[in-house]
Write a protein that binds this ligand. Structure first.
Ligand code: S3P
Length: 177
C-alpha cells in the first residue's frame, strides 16, 4: 500500500485527519514534525529559536526523504514542507498527496489557542497567515487533490479522502470492452 501524504497550511486539520484516516485504513500514522522533534530531542519552537528556520527546513527535508522510502503510512507533514521542490517530489513518489485547505478566519480560529507554532507567535498572526498562504499557494497547488475542511466534519473529510484513494487505486477499464 502506497502512502497517503497530507499537506496544507497550519490549522487545516492535517494531524486530526491523518490520525483518524490511519485508524480507519489500518495504516501507520507518521508525523514529520514528530520525527523532527524526536531526532533533534527538542521542540520545534526551540529549533526555530536556537538554530533558525533554515536549519529546521534541512532536518524537515531529511525526514521527508526517509519516510518516503517506506510504505503503508498516512504522513502528516508540517505546513511549510511544500516550499522545497525536492520534498514534494519525494512525497509524490511515495503515494497520493492530498492538500487540506481552510480560509484565513478558520485558520486563525483554530490556531490562536496554541503557542507551539513559531511562525504564528508574532504580533499580527492574522496578517502572517494571509501573507504565508498567498506565498505558498503555488506549492499547495501541486497536490494531487485539495479538500476544503472549513465546513466539513472530521468524519466527512476522512470519507472524502478514502473515496479519492479508492478512485486512484481502481484499475483502469479495458477500452476494448
Ligand atoms: C510550519 C508548520 C508547522 C511546523 C512548523 C512550521 C509551517 O506544522 O512544521 O511550525 O512552516 O507552516 P503544522 O502545519 O502541523 O502546524
Amino acid at each position: 500500500m502506497k502512502n497517503i501524504v497530507l499537506i496544507g497550511f497550519m490549522g487545516t486539520g492535517k494531524t486530526t485527519i491523518a490520525i483518524e484516516l490511519a485508524h480507519r485504513l489500518n495504516m501507520r500514522y507518521v508525523s514529520t514534525d514528530g520525527l523532527i522533534e524526536k531526532k533533534e530531542k527538542r521542540t520545534i519552537n526551540e529549533i526555530f529559536t536556537k538554530s533558525g528556520e533554515g536549519y529546521f527546513r534541512d532536518v524537515e527535508s531529511a525526514v521527508i526523504r526517509d519516510v518516503a522510502c517506506m510504505e503503508g503510512q498516512v504522513i502528516d507533514t508540517g505546513g511549510g514542507a511544500v516550499i522545497r521542490d525536492e520534498n514534494i517530489a519525494y512525497m509524490k513518489s511515495s503515494g497520493i498527496v492530498i492538500c487540506l485547505a481552510a480560509n484565513d478566519e478558520t485558520i486563525m480560529e483554530r490556531t490562536k489557542k496554541y503557542k507551539h507554532r513559531p511562525l504564528l507567535n508574532v504580533e499580527d498572526p492574522k496578517r502572517k497567515i494571509r501573507d504565508l498562504i498567498a506565498k505558498r499557494a503555488p506549492f499547495y497547488a501541486k497536490a494531487d487533490h485539495t479538500l476544503d475542511t472549513g465546513a466539513l466534519t472530521v468524519r466527512q473529510v476522512v470519507e472524502k479522502i478514502i473515496e479519492l484513494v479508492n478512485a486512484t487505486n481502481k484499475p483502469k477499464e479495458d477500452p476494448k470492452q
